[in-house]
Ligand binder design. Structure first.
Ligand code: NAP
Ligand code: ZN
Length: 349
């Protein structure tokens, strides 16, 4: 076991502060990674503030991790010291259930998340990426294409896979009209992928100041969703809508924009249940679905796709000392379009 620097919150109302946490020494199949960058996902904020009711304190968030391999266990075959490597939300699963066998570890009932999950090695809970080092079984470590900027690649590990996976699952290709609701971390990656897959992409935002960026990021149109007249122009026209909104909002306004047999997928995870009008689904045989990150193989496929197509997140790189300010800005939808923490800043703690 060794000690590493980290930032943790002591309760739902405490700010994140500098601390030290234990990490296990790499066992035979483990990779020890010195973390270079960690993205800030809205899930980190929901969790640190216990909005979903399952937080265990102290909590060290962070699940969009890119770093350099420092040490490997004796049985590790795929990584060596010096490699660029990444870790996302999943650090273990039972490997035997039907979901794991299908490569869908994100649905494993015994999955272990990178933070706030039972730690079978050290006891207590797992600690995430707001830290300068982490140890993960090589099976859950990803390879980062070396042509990608590591700071801008970190958000691919959650915002990237969470939008890539449902767009692939629902067959988004050229000729499809796709809506992306919310232009934050997930939303801006959804726009980039839907555009790269050839769809006609329409962004729905509550922030009028983001419409120009939406077009720059790859959208064909941008609609301010609070403008009922603009919304009405798109009624019944979408094949697919990806909803990335982190807070309570009216999903019915978007269901009504789907054509018959259209689908809307929720990836945003507001704390409170949403209200769905039955007629929004009945009329037009529409469906409402959800999606949870992606499996390990698909995450690697997504990273390779990003390497081949030069896709990364648009990031604002911050030192870890600014993490609490960044959380406040997330709550104001003031992020363009992902914060990426430069872990070198932990050196001064
Ligand atoms: P984010 O960067 O904060 O973006 C959320 C966006 O939603 C905001 O930028 C804003 O976009 C819009 N929004 C915020 N409040 C709103 C409101 N009251 N009404 C309408 N729109 C609002 O968050 P994120 O990191 O992308 O995460 C988004 C959600 O996905 C979070 O709930 C997170 O926990 C969840 N998530 C789920 C998964 C999964 O596997 N399913 C994975 C990661 C994250 P505009 O300014 O454009 O309106
Ligand atoms: Zn996330």
């Amino acid at each position: 076991m060794y000690d590493t620097k980290a930032y943790s919150a002591a309760s739902a109302t405490s700010p994140l502060v500098s601390t030290r946490i234990p990490r296990r020494d790499p066992t035979a199949h483990d990779v020890q990674i010195e973390i270079l960058f960690c993205g800030i996902c809205h899930t980190d904020l929901h969790s640190a503030r216990n909005e979903w009711g399952n937080a265990v304190y102290p909590i060290v968030p962070g699940h969009e991790i890119v770093g350099r391999v420092a040490r490997v266990g004796s049985a590790v075959t795929r990584y060596k010291p010096g490699d660029l490597a990444a870790v996302g939300c999943l650090v273990d699963s039972d490997r035997t259930c039907p979901s794991c066998v299908e490569g869908l570890e994100q649905f494993c009932p015994n999955q272990i998340m990178v933070f706030n999950a039972p730690d079978k090695h050290l006891g207590g809970v797992t600690y995430g990426g707001y830290s300068d080092s982490i140890v993960v079984d090589e099976r859950y470590v990803l390879r980062v294409p070396t042509n990608l900027d590591p700071a801008a690649a970190a958000p691919l590990l959650c915002a990237g896979i969470t939008t890539y996976s449902p767009l692939r699952h629902w067959g988004i290709t050229k000729g499809k009209k796709v809506g992306v609701v919310g232009l934050g971390g997930l939303g801006h990656m959804g726009v980039k992928f839907a555009h790269a897959f050839g769809a006609h992409v329409v962004v729905f935002t509550t922030s009028p100041g983001k419409t120009e960026d939406a077009l720059r990021l790859g959208a064909d149109e941008a609609v301010v969703s609070r403008d009922a007249g603009e919304m009405q122009k798109h009624a019944g026209s979408f094949d697919y809508i990806l909803d990335t909104v982190s807070a309570d909002h009216d999903v019915n306004a978007f269901l009504n924009l789907l054509r018959h047999d259209g689908n809307m997928t929720l990836v945003g995870a507001p704390a409170k249940p949403l209200s769905v009008a039955a007629f929004g689904l009945i009329i037009g045989r529409r469906s409402l679905s959800g999606s949870n990150i992606g499996g390990i193989a698909e995450t690697q496929e997504m990273l390779d796709f990003c390497g081949a197509n030069n896709i990364t997140a648009d990031v604002e790189v911050i030192p870890i000392q600014k993490v609490n300010d960044a959380y406040e800005r997330l709550l104001k939808s003031d992020v363009k379009y992902r914060f990426s923490i430069d872990m070198a800043s932990l050196g001064s703690e």
